[in-house]
Write a protein that binds this ligand. Structure first.
Ligand code: FAD
Length: 258
């Protein structure tokens, strides 16, 4: 898709290093492949550099912009190969609760089970699996308590015993744990480019160190973050487009600036 839009796509490569061009010089991006017999790399020159390396935050870290988010939260998640119907988690005697699910399809939603210092997500996946995740504050629930499949099950047994009973005999697939996942950044806007990004993207011109990523809580992703993320990406693209257009429209001035 991106190639159809005119981009060159290099798959299976990693960005090993970036050098930000000073005084308008191109940025240099060292892109390569690691193999058993060593590594090979090429250096790409670029006027603009957009960092979309996610949590790796290549530019944010290179520029020393990472800031403590103050959130001491961790998460662990996995999938189970079965549907997890929330209606079955609640006794039928809870009439009011069941009555609100007018068409019996509550399980199709992302559901959050909240307790003191934690929440647990239940997300139905199109593959037939259900995704289950624990998100907790370290001060209430140290991540060591749920950092492995067996400890996560033990944790659920204590805090969400009904869910535990539901999945206790099911394999936990693709178990992951991310300790202290939150981060933020010293800089989100630039006087040179009006634009921001929601999470992990960073855009840079040597004299245009602009948008920086922050990641606070996966709940914001589910509730409104996807929308904010999409809008933010659109805003970044629009800002970037305007900057490029102004460069094209005034090549002499812009080239002088380089
Ligand atoms: C616990 C948790 C739960 C979440 N739940 C949800 C959810 O339910 N719904 C939702 O919408 N979002 C959720 N999110 C958020 C979602 O994961 C992120 O918003 C999304 O992945 C960000 O996309 P991205 O493209 O910026 O980064 P990523 O998806 O992290 O992509 C970055 C890519 O860059 C690559 N990369 C890194 N370094 C290099 C390098 N040096 N060279 C080349 N490539 C590199 C990585 O391999 C990766 O493929 C959750 C996040 C967390 C932490």
């Amino acid at each position: 898709m991106v190639e159809e839009a005119g981009a060159s796509l290099l798959e299976g490569r990693s960005v090993f290093r970036v050098e930000l061009g000073e005084g308008g010089a191109d940025h240099l991006v060292h892109v390569g492949q690691r193999a058993e017999n060593g590594e090979s790399s090429v250096v790409l020159g670029a006027r603009w550099l957009i960092d979309a390396s996610g949590r790796r935050r290549l530019l944010q870290q290179k520029l020393g912009l990472t800031e403590d988010s103050g959130h001491r939260h961790s998460a662990a998640w996995f999938r189970v190969e079965r549907r997890l119907d929330v209606a079955e988690l609640v006794p039928e005697s809870e009439h009011r609760w069941h009555a609100r699910d007018v068409d019996g399809r509550r399980w199709l939603s992302t559901n959050h089970l909240c307790g003191k210092g934690y929440w647990v997500w239940l997300i139905p996946l199109s593959t037939g699996y259900h995704s289950i995740g624990i998100v907790a504050g370290e001060e209430h629930h140290p991540s060591a308590q749920f950092a492995r499949p067996e400890s996560a099950l033990a944790w659920l047994k204590i805090h969400e015993p009904v869910v535990y009973e539901y999945i206790r005999d099911t394999d936990l697939t693709d178990f992951m744990c991310l300790r202290r996942y939150a981060y933020t950044s010293k800089q989100a806007f630039s006087a040179d480019l009006t634009g921001s990004t929601f999470q992990n993207t960073t855009l840079s011109r040597a004299d245009l160190r602009t948008a920086q990523g922050a990641y606070l809580d996966p709940r914001t992703n589910k509730v409104k973050g996807a929308k904010i993320g999409a809008e933010s990406a659109a805003l970044l693209a629009a800002s970037f487009g305007m900057k490029v257009a102004s460069y094209d429209a005034a090549p002499t001035r812009a080239r002088r600036a380089r």
